[in-house]
Write a protein that binds this ligand. Structure first.
Ligand SMILES: NC(=O)c1ccc[n+]([C@@H]2O[C@H](COP(=O)([O-])OP(=O)(O)OC[C@H]3O[C@@H](n4cnc5c(N)ncnc54)[C@H](OP(=O)(O)O)[C@@H]3O)[C@@H](O)[C@H]2O)c1
Length: 343
């Protein structure tokens, strides 16, 4: 069994990693850290894990992370860039669920994240953890930057048409909706039930950190500059992201349904629905799928793709486990063969 550590085990993505890894056939979680809950049993804080783990949270400095084969950082931005290099230098493999290693351009990174990067060399070496695009690179990587949640739903919705001469690459619009767990477990007024319940609101319309991340990937694939307007919304649900993407057409496209089905035919975690479908976030709650549907309203000059994920699974911990499977040579679907909760 490979040994796994989780830094930031009390957070929503940390505990989701534990849920997914509890019955993984090839790995064992041997350490979960928390500064605030060190010494407390994991299943005392999260009774959903009773009977599945005997672990006790440990201080990040006390946990023997160097003895792990792979360590997940499920921490806020700016932690892994300082803490991961010491582990990487000892040969431990690392997956960062935060944004520290996602953007290759360090000036762009500093502008959006408001700090100087602490380990620029590792940014250059990190593989971007979107398996549908970078599977081979991820297999050989020592460090993987797990993509953002809005980013995953949106990028997967757009990839199959990038580079097509009949798409206007400079006028793409992505309108996303996410649930409150996307903001993490720390207390914040805007995610209180009385603030977020029965209300929908736009946020970061003037510019969101996930925009440059989506652009970085799409620009590389399309081999041209991308113009992307990205506007997220907070909606009153706990889990889930829906991304509606609008792609203006500059000419007559080929069969869009067939194009999407072919592009993702071999992908275990992307489901292209039949024509005239409308994916729902609840159809992926708790599993690692990105489910999407392709439309061309009134046969007009716009391609519309609706894509849904569970932000904590394909948008974070599930995708991280998918990446871990590739890095450790396990079957890619190990621990992730789950049916969504319904209703
Ligand atoms: N939530 C999502 O849907 C989602 C999706 C994609 C990506 N992400 C990213 O994944 C990361 C984790 O998100 P989350 O939602 O799980 O956050 P969270 O619920 O706020 O949890 C953060 C965790 O990090 C620990 N932590 C905080 N500061 C730390 C430090 N200085 N050193 C070590 N541990 C520290 C916290 O525990 P202690 O304070 O007790 O140590 C806690 O366990 C974030 O970077 C987030 O942007 C989240």
């Amino acid at each position: 069994m490979k040994k796994i550590g989780i830094v930031g085990g009390t957070g929503y993505t940390g505990v989701e990693l534990m849920r997914l890894l509890a019955h993984h056939p090839d790995v064992e979680v041997v350490a979960m850290t928390s500064r605030g809950e060190a010494g407390r049993r994991v299943d005392d804080l999260y009774p959903s894990l009773r009977g599945h783990t005997d672990l006790v949270f440990s201080e990040p400095g006390q946990a023997d992370l160097a003895a792990c084969d792979l360590v997940f950082f499920a921490t806020p931005n700016g932690i892994a860039m300082r803490e991961a290099p010491a582990l990487l230098e000892q040969g431990v493999r690392v997956i960062d669920l935060a944004a520290d290693f996602r953007l290759k351009d360090l000036d762009v990174w500093s502008r959006w994240y408001g700090m100087e990067h602490a380990s620029p060399d590792w940014v250059a070496q990190a593989a971007y953890g979107l398996p549908e695009l970078y599977r081979d690179e991820i297999r050989g990587a020592q460090l993987v930057a797990n993509p953002g949640c809005h980013v995953t739903a949106t990028t997967l919705a757009i990839l199959p048409v990038m580079g097509a001469e009949w798409v206007e690459h400079d006028r793409i619009v992505a309108d996303t909706k996410s649930g409150a767990s996307g903001a993490g477990r720390s207390a914040a007024v805007h995610t209180l039930m009385a603030e977020a319940g029965e209300s929908v609101r736009t946020y970061a319309a003037a510019g969101h950190r996930h925009q440059p991340e989506i652009r970085q990937t799409l620009t590389a694939v399309a081999e041209r500059e991308i113009g992307l307007t990205f506007v997220p919304h907070l909606v009153p649900m706990v889990r889930g992201i829906e991304s509606t993407v609008y792609l203006p057409l500059a000419g007559e496209p080929d069969d869009l349904q067939q194009r999407y089905e072919r592009y993702y035919a071999e992908e275990p975690f992307v489901d292209v629905m039949p024509p005239n479908s409308h994916p729902e976030t609840r159809s992926v709650r708790g599993n690692n799928l990105c489910r999407m549907a392709v439309h061309r309203p009134l046969d007009g000059p716009m391609l519309v793709v609706s894509s849904v994920i569970d932000n904590l699974v394909k948008g974070a911990a599930g995708q991280a486990v998918q990446n871990m499977n590739l890095m450790l040579g396990c079957p890619e679907t190990a621990g992730l063969d789950l049916v969504a909760l319904s209703p």
